[in-house]
Design a binder for this molecule. Structure first.
Ligand code: ZN
Length: 249
């Protein structure tokens, strides 16, 4: 979770080794004219994978110092830069705010870390733009995922921009369905303890699904498992992960 506001970066090809800039002296982030401080691609805080650093480097260097004389070359260059800027924003996650300078349209838009869109406003999805801290919880007729400001939702909800594997999406749906089915059966039968084993299994499955979710979402988001609202299996102590690391309770 970011401790302060996000760190702001501008992606712009100025023919230098790195196309990343930040506001000089950490002044205002509104005015991109103040983004004069070059951020080297090997800056540890970025943790860039080598191929992404290479793509950003060669993109910046491939811009002629005086700009592009031909429109098609400029268009191609703008497209290449956008691909790299999107990869950068997705890699850095929600604790960074990335803007992309489109040299053709002379605009600087926000590159979203969660979806493919460019935004004129940083929070044009509403705040927060996509869920950052998620909870997995099994409850009759609720989506298996929760996040502040989003309520409960399903794993393939496009506004959540989770980009999960098909197998995990299917498994989370199946888990939520079986919770509904089991509660309906328990209400129908009204026999004490008849579904204890099923609740127990669903409780453990939920924990495995939450851990898998944390793994797929990576270290820029957290996942907390709260157990089941039924069968007396709300987790006594919540378990939480950031990427593959279990967080202290
Ligand atoms: Zn988005």
């Amino acid at each position: 979770m970011p401790l302060e506001g996000p760190r702001h970066l501008l992606v712009q090809a100025r023919s230098e080794p790195s196309p990343l800039y930040e506001s000089y002296g950490h002044g205002t982030h509104e005015d991109i004219e103040t983004f004069t401080g070059n951020v080297p691609l090997d800056e540890p805080a970025l943790g860039l994978p080598e191929d992404l650093a290479h793509a950003l480097h060669s993109w910046s260097r491939s811009r002629p110092a005086g700009g592009f004389p031909s429109r098609p070359d400029l268009r191609r260059h703008v497209k290449q830069g956008l691909v790299a800027a999107r990869r950068l924003a997705a890699h850095l996650g929600p604790s960074w705010a990335v803007r992309y300078w489109d040299e053709r349209h002379r605009t600087s838009k926000w590159v979203c870390w969660g979806c493919e869109r460019l935004h004129w406003e940083r929070d044009s999805h509403g705040t927060p733009p996509h869920p950052v801290n998620l909870t997995v919880e099994g409850e009759f007729q609720f989506g298996p995922l929760r996040s502040d400001g989003f309520g409960d939702f399903f794993p393939d909800d496009p506004s959540a921009a989770l980009n999960l594997s098909d197998s995990l999406v299917t498994a989370l749906y199946g888990w939520a369905d079986e919770i509904n089915t089991t509660l309906n059966l328990a209400i129908r039968d009204r026999v004490e303890g008849k579904y204890d084993d099923t609740w127990q299994r669903l409780f453990h499955e939920g924990r495995d699904l939450a851990r898998q979710l944390a793994h797929e979402l990576g270290p820029s988001r957290t996942v907390t498992y709260k157990g089941l609202a039924h069968g007396g299996l709300a987790a006594m102590t919540y378990v939480a992960w950031r990427g593959d690391r279990e967080l202290p309770g």
